[in-house]
Write a protein that binds this ligand. Structure first.
Ligand SMILES: [Zn+2]
Ligand SMILES: [Zn+2]
Length: 103
């Protein structure tokens, strides 16, 4: 997210990242009864909209692809994803003690 904003600044581009329209946001909120998709608590004033399929992977700003989360669940969700990715990476890369030495 920050990277995109930085790119926009750098190239002076107009926002290429399409923002979720107000009507979609409203529909998502109504669909969820103004509750967080995960913890089911009533959403605070600051609502986070999350793409089930990331925009970077072709996800669209459609009702089917967007869920509303509270900031807490949203950050947790992304944190988990990052951890999982890092895990996979760690397993792929050989640790120094995995390397066989041949004399
Ligand atoms: Zn929540
Ligand atoms: Zn998200």
């Amino acid at each position: 997210m920050l990277l995109y904003q930085f790119e926009d600044l750098l190239w002076g581009k107009k926002k290429t990242r399409s923002t979720i329209s107000k009507s979609i946001k409203n529909e998502v909120l109504v669909r969820q009864g103004y509750k967080c998709y995960k913890c089911r608590r009533t959403l605070p004033a600051v609502k986070h909209f999350h793409h089930k399929r990331p925009v970077s992977k072709g996800g669209k700003n459609t009702l089917a692809n967007i869920i509303a989360l509270c900031p807490n669940c949203h950050s947790k969700h992304h944190h988990k994803q990052r951890v999982r990715k890092a895990d996979r990476k760690a397993r792929k890369t050989k640790e120094p003690w995995d390397i066989d030495f041949k004399f």
